[in-house]
Design a binder for this molecule. Structure first.
Ligand SMILES: Cc1ncc(COP(=O)(O)O)c(C=O)c1O
Length: 355
């Protein structure tokens, strides 16, 4: 039996979108492919509130985290950490030999502009990485406020944002906020199968990349730019996924962006209220995520067993991430899920647990 995915990626993919992947194949140097990329890119720019470049990378998001941090700095990078995925960007930065430091808060807390200010004021940095939505804790960082601080006080510092579990579910205004890199894979709020990462890059970041020696090849903006105006990618892209993305973007825009953001907020409010009633919320109430809720397992239930039972009823949720396994469980409310889906899910959990 198919289990509807209430996990924070990959998420439930609608049949129409699965079918869109089965359209006849196109050669990636054909004019039909160029027409496809030319059609989908402005839709993505609309979603991201940007007039700057949006690249399509055939890879998971971790790869683009690596590619972007390799092109961001000729000095030193500050990695803001508030959970497992923001920590991963610090590990990636260090693993690539890029000089870096971290500014870290305990799990469940958000990175604040004040912490970033204090860290950057030590000087010597020309880039910062920050996660929009920390999937391991179910928390959304105040990226708009962090970016405003950085743009005002540290104009040379590029702002790199991992929006993997937030993009297409949380309003993120790339140009107005003054972001430089904003990346997200399509297997979460885009509700597509995995394999593609969409990355907006500012003109400022593209210029910086040209100053960075040995900044790599596959993810190089310089390489991407050689093909960008021809509406192509340098290497063979995941054509089927881009066809599905094009179809999905029509539906996203037909729903209306403001409606989409509101639907995510409504689903989140339902799950948060439910969690407060029967369990507790793990993360700081002020920064709760619109796309995934991390529920503290205050009743000491077996999350694994709950998921087994849910599986028999056609649904799947996520255990706590890493050290939070069995101490928490996560319910994602992202992509094309609806409030009715979430009401059904919480009803099933109540029934299974006898709440
Ligand atoms: C916030 C965040 N960043 C990065 C990643 C890594 O994405 P991928 O597995 O597509 O490389 C994830 C995956 O869950 C994520 O949630």
């Amino acid at each position: 039996m198919y289990k509807k995915l209430f996990i924070p990626g990959p998420t439930h993919v609608r049949d129409e979108i699965l079918q869109a992947q089965a359209a006849p194949m196109l050669g990636h140097r054909s004019k039909e492919y160029a027409a496809l990329q030319a059609e989908v890119t402005p839709k993505l720019q609309q979603l991201l509130y940007t007039k700057q470049r949006v690249y399509l990378y055939t890879s998971s998001s971790t790869a683009v985290m690596e590619g972007s941090v390799r092109q961001a700095s000729t000095k030193r990078v500050l990695n803001a950490i508030c959970g497992a995925f923001s920590k991963r960007w610090h590990q990636i930065t260090a693993a690539n030999g890029v000089p870096c430091d971290k500014v870290e808060v305990p799990m469940g807390q958000a990175t604040t502009p004040e912490q970033v200010d204090e860290a950057l004021s030590k000087g010597g940095y020309d880039a910062i990485t920050v996660v929009l939505n920390e999937t391991s804790t179910g928390l959304t960082n105040p990226v708009k406020e962090i970016a405003a601080l950085v743009r005002e006080k540290y104009p040379d510092v590029l702002i790199l944002v991992d929006a993997v579990s937030g993009r297409a579910g949380i309003k993120t205004e790339f140009d107005a906020w003054g972001l430089d890199v904003c990346l997200a894979g399509v297997q979460k709020c885009f509700a597509l199968p995995p394999g593609l990462t969409i990355c907006a890059v500012s003109d400022r970041a593209r210029e910086r990349a040209l100053q960075v020696p040995n900044h790599g090849y596959y993810f190089s903006y310089e390489q991407m730019d050689k093909r960008y105006e021809k509406h192509q990618t340098p290497a063979t892209p995941a054509v089927s996924l881009i066809q599905a993305l094009n179809a999905q973007m029509d539906d996203v825009l037909a729903e209306g962006l403001e409606n989409r953001w509101n639907r995510h907020q409504e689903m989140a409010a339902h799950v948060q209220d439910w969690a407060r009633r029967y369990f507790a919320l793990y993360s700081d109430e002020k920064y709760l995520s619109p796309t995934v809720t991390n529920v503290e397992n205050t009743r000491g239930i077996s999350v694994a067993e709950l998921n087994e039972e849910l599986g028999k009823r056609g649904a799947m949720i996520s255990n706590g991430y890493g050290d939070l396994k069995e101490k928490c469980f996560r319910i994602a409310h992202m992509g094309d899920l609806t409030l009715d889906d979430l009401k059904w899910l919480t009803g099933q959990i109540e029934d299974i647990l006898g709440l």
